[in-house]
Structure formats: C-alpha cells, structure tokens
Design a protein around this ligand. Structure first.
Ligand SMILES: [Zn+2]
Length: 272
C-alpha cells in the first residue's frame, strides 16, 4: 500500500475544524468520472465546502492522503464528520452520469478493472486504519449510503451505486470481511511529497496570524484572560478546541490559545 501525503492546506477544513478520535471509517466513491487521485487532491485544495481524508487512485491504487487522519473532515454531511475518517475512491473515465447516481459506461471491462484496483487499495487502507485506531471492521466500517440509513450522513448512494451498476459483485458486507481478512498482513509505504501543499505533519499545523491585535488567551474561550497580543507571524498549533463560536488553537510555545478565525494556513512547503 502506497500512501502519498498531499495535504489540502488551502481548504479551510484543514486547519479550522478541530480533531476527531476516529470511531469509524466511511467509504465513498467520488460520483464523477475521474480516476486520478492526485487530480482529486488538487481539486480539494481550495475552499470548496467539502474535505476528505484520502482519495484512492483507481488506475494504480495509490492513496493520496489529504487530511491527517485525526482532523475532522467534511465528507459525510452529518454527525459522521465528528467520528469517521472519510475515504473516496476514484471512478472510471469511461462512465457518464445521466441523472442522479445513474450512469452509462463505454468500456465495462476497463471500468471494472479500475473498480477492482480502487477496491483492493481501500481494503488495505481500511485494514491499516482499523489496526491503527483499534476499530472492528465488522461493526465500525460503513459506506456513505449506509451512513445515511443510520442517520449519520447525507442522502448519497455511494459507493454501492457504482459497484452495482458495473456489476462488480462487491458489497459492503464483503468489503468488511475482506478488510478483516487483510488485517495482520498490511504493509505501508509512506511517501510524503515535496509538493507545495504538503505539510508532512499529523498532529500540528502552521498558521499565519492575519491581524495585528489578536489576543493570546490563557484558555480556549473569550472568557479566559488575555495575556497580550500575538505579533502577526507564523505559529505552530498543537491542539484545537471549539468554544463560544470560535475554533481555538493552542500555541506550541505554551503561551496560550488564539482564535483560528483570524489566521490562515501557512503549511506550504514547511515542516512543523
Ligand atoms: Zn460519499
């Protein structure tokens, strides 16, 4: 399994929406004829109102990690964002959506091959994440469509709509079993890229303070005492919390907390 970190630091979700303790994994399919995971990672590196943890390239199975696994994503459209890591599989360029989740396909054999490549990579990635976060693959993995039925996600049909129309035979029950079987035999090649939108950090983020008079507070909230102003510069944030309508970031220096609404991502090409 090859993971390339290509963090979407220009997406406001990246630095502004706090952390999660992963309690589940949600499998998605992009719903668009684009198999290339790097194209998706680039497209999501912007203020587009959605953000996921990874894209799987349907041509070669490469995983493009776009959010640290413990950042809150915007992928499920419901409470699943508070608990679930969201992973999108690319879809074949040979399909064409006609309406809703319905599509036609001009090259079924190639599309099936791409679906198999994405599926197998997803099995490996989910096995790795289940091990890392001590999740039970049989009970803590769902699709976006299943998440909707459980009331924790928006009304989407992915990825089952994709598998079913291509007649792949894949099901979420089968997927969960395959993940379970794969646990214990998963190896990872982690490849941080040198691309500009990669920060290569899992628990910290770099922010640039945008205003001259931003308070440093002793805790995460406007009710905490100000300890003075922070000079507009770049800082490392090691923890975030939501309170009183703001997202608060804890300064690595230990000086206190600042409201991240007055900062912007500064992770470009820099290691925290
Ligand atoms: Zn989805």
């Amino acid at each position: 399994m090859k993971i390339i970190q290509k963090y979407t630091t220009a997406n406001p979700c990246f630095y502004g929406d706090g952390y999660i303790t992963p309690k589940g994994l949600m499998l998605h399919s992009v719903g668009c004829p684009q198999p290339d995971g790097s194209v998706w990672a680039n497209a999501f590196n912007a203020d587009i109102g959605a953000c996921v943890h990874a894209f799987i390239d349907a041509n070669n199975g490469t995983i493009y990690q776009t959010l640290p696994w413990n950042h809150r994503g915007w992928h499920g459209g419901g409470s699943s964002n508070d608990t679930h890591i969201g992973v999108e599989m690319g879809e074949s360029q040979y399909i064409s959506y006609t309406y809703g989740a319905t599509f036609t396909c001009s090259n079924i054999a190639a599309a099936k091959q791409q679906a198999a490549t994405a599926y197998n990579a997803a099995v490996e990635l989910f096995a790795y994440l289940c091990k890392q976060y001590k999740l039970d693959p049989m009970t803590q993995i769902c699709s976006h469509a299943e998440g909707c039925k459980k009331g924790i996600a928006s009304n989407h049909a992915d990825p089952e709509h994709y598998w079913n129309q291509l007649k792949t035979g894949y099901t979420m029950d089968g997927f969960r079993k395959d993940v379970k079987a794969k646990m214990g035999a998963v190896t990872v090649t982690q490849t941080p890229t040198t691309q500009a939108n990669n920060t290569n950090t899992t628990n910290t983020m770099l922010v640039r303070v945008r205003i001259p008079d931003l308070n440093i507070r002793s805790g995460a909230g406007t009710n905490y005492q100000s300890k003075g102003f922070i000079p507009p510069s770049i800082y490392t944030i090691v923890e975030t919390k939501k309170a009183g309508g703001y997202t608060w970031g804890k300064l690595k220096s230990g000086a206190g907390w600042i409201a991240l609404e007055y900062t912007e991502p500064a992770g470009r090409g820099t290691r925290a």
